[in-house]
Design a protein. Structure first.
Lengths: 137, 137
DNA sequence: ATGGATTGCTATGCGCAATAGCCAAGGTTA
DNA sequence: TAACCTTGGCTATTGCGCATAGCAATCCAT
């Protein structure tokens, strides 16, 4: 069957992202985490005390959608919210959060290696710069 | 703020795909179509008479999810379902469907050019092969 | 002819994102 | 200081894409 979609870079991007997200979600699920959780843990871990809105801006997640995300990882005992000035809250990982983050980092490293190694060597080093040009301003 | 995500090719892939899909959805929305609709129209247009399940396999969309998709473009008068053998249906574009597909193709061409040209020339030709390696078997 | 596979479908749920609106707290300007 | 606008966190709702489970009818292979 003819498939005109196979000529479209945009379609390749869509399918590749979908496949890789499914793979990563499967690898991170045993840790009890979702993809969005992992991204939040990484940023909080690298920036203890960030506020929820700062985190949302970094992840490009709306304020409204940060709420259930932070609730979930707080309920899991990975995160504490501390009132900062009566309006903002600062976010910090608990010890369990730090431990979970360490596990996640190992999973991420393995996954990223696996992903990059799927790309044939001649193209490998071009993938990330090309992708970054598509979304970073 | 430190952002460890920016070093991860997988994250770049996720963000790039999200950004490009949003852009394409915005460009195709004036035609009254969604991204999934366009992919279906393209494949049906190139393969008149395909069955719904063949189409679903090409697009990697579950049978169950094909139903509302095909209903929608049929209700829009773009598609006819013809009984093929009492079990399968063959799919054909109507004249309106062909016309809409022609419009969509123009939008797609413009979009794909725009997308590819966002990638700096040194990386440009590597993007699609790299992406294809991530999802095509 | 029987059993297994396929087709199209309903129903339902999940994950992620978007919008509109609310209230309290901060910042800015008159 | 008072009025104003903005920001932060939140609720509630919606949409989209995708997944699973199950069903009835049909086709196919042994």
């Amino acid at each position: 069957m003819k498939d005109p979609l196979l000529d479209l870079p945009g379609y390749s991007l869509r399918r590749a992202a979908s496949a890789m997200m499914a793979e990563f979600a499967a690898r991170i699920e045993p840790l009890g985490l979702r993809i969005a959780d992992v991204s939040a843990l990484l940023v909080i871990g690298a920036n203890p005390g960030v506020t929820a809105s700062q985190l949302g801006r970094a992840l490009d997640i709306q304020r409204a959608n940060m709420v259930p995300l932070l609730n979930r990882i707080e309920d899991a005992g990975l995160l504490t919210r501390r009132p900062l000035d009566g309006k903002s809250h600062s976010l910090h990982l608990t010890e369990a959060g730090e431990a979970k983050l360490a596990e996640a980092r190992a999973t991420i490293a393995t996954f990223e290696d696996w992903l990059v190694n799927r790309v044939p060597p001649p193209h490998r080093d071009h993938l990330k710069p090309a992708l970054d040009a598509l979304w970073r301003d």
